[in-house]
Design a protein around this ligand. Sequence first.
Ligand code: F6P
Length: 511
Amino acid sequence: MDTIWRMLRSNRAASEDRSILSLFDDPQRFDDFSLTVDGMLLDYAKTSIDADARRLLVQLAEEAGVERQRDEMFNGEKINTSEDRAVLHTALRSRAESHPAGVLAGIRKTRTRMEVFATALRNGEIKAADGGPITEVISIGIGGSDLGPSMGVKALGAYHDGPKVRFVSNIDGAHFTEASKRVDPARALVIVASKTFTTIETMTNAETAKKWLGKGAESQMVAISSALDKTAAFGIPADRVFGFENWVGGRYSMWGPIGLPIMLAVGPERFAEFLDGGYAMDMHFREAPLAANMPVLLALTGIWHRNICDYPTRATLPYDQRLSRLPAYLQQLDMESNGKCVMADGTPVAQLTGPVVWGQAGTNGQHAFYQLLHQGTNVVPCEFMVAAEGFEPSLQHHHELLKANCLAQSEALMRGRVSKNMRPCRAFPGNRPSTTLAYRKLTPFTLGQIIALYEHRVFVEGVIWGINSFDQWGVELGKEMATALVPLVQGADASDKDGSTQGLLKALNAG
Ligand code: F6P
């Protein structure tokens, strides 16, 4: 691979002064540097990648073994080596018998139980504590047990016809307090979602919720977990527990029981359409040649920007208000998966790995941080998303303005504006890269496509960097130290701590 990395760097050195805009002298540029899969279009023409660079990038993916490792993932091999686990979240949305025997039967059984439960709750057969219908659901979880369902419920707001769903993740008591304000516990269902059922934030909030529900609390609770012994010890009846296997990583789990809040909000049929969207993207990822493969090409733009152009970050900019939680979701998906400094074999990485991923829904970001995107000293590749149609026919003019703004930003970033008599502060350097994902409408199917696209993008980047994208050891140290600090926050001797921690404890513990 070293040779290809070198060739890519020389391609960049030779073409660095060429503007992205000039690539459009070729009338075929858009057609050659965009692709459509099941109605979803990825445009990467507004990047500095040219035909030679793309050929080399595809070669890099080939040499890194993307196809082989992709097949290993789908076949259930233990590619999460540090945890000795398979990575089979794709089985949760599979419509074919293309996964290892036995895997799909268990998944279908649990999905059927979820569907029966969701239907009964939505039509009022499952009663609240006061005998009436359940009108409010509070879902407690954090990280992958929160971001997927909370992002998904918001994303599918146009289809929401079930109970109101609120989410509590932070250990800060303010979160539970605010979420449960004006909610009648006698009309509520509490979901406790935690793969391990040990996460301190979730278990603390779950205990608080139990007290809030009062007598007979357990009958108003549901658990979603892989640790069935722990859900039983917590007191949740087995028929209210939806389990999943340890080969579903937390940040890849919204397709299974962790997605229950979405199913409650929009119903089993819409949830199935979401799975179909993910499955369609899986089939494309498995079958399309690398050079015409959307997740691979999106990953290669990432590699180009991170490793060849040395850009430290990338922005996720959905021009779709209902995707306002997507940047937070992608932050975990990407940064927890690819924020690694050693390779899967334990040796230091040879290349820079995951960039800082952040963003916000357009057009809000335009009035906040786009100043830096246009004139700042760091170039930030921008990943735009936009729908052809909105859900508000009477507000069509809003949608036209939304689309115009999205297109204006990618054009302005690329084109810039500099003229002879212009004051320097008014000049836009331009030549700033972006990609745009365009889809007809944010349906459940579309959402499934988007999430699976990004999952596979993260996977391909991880393979090229040689890292294990499916573990997250980097979150452990802080968790352990927090546990050890609790007695000190409660007043125990802190003299073996560093000066800063001692000083802060003194300030925070002062009556
Ligand atoms: O913070 C790390 C992490 O393990 C995430 O990977 C995970 O999504 C989250 O905590 C929640 O874990 P659990 O579902 O076990 O509560």
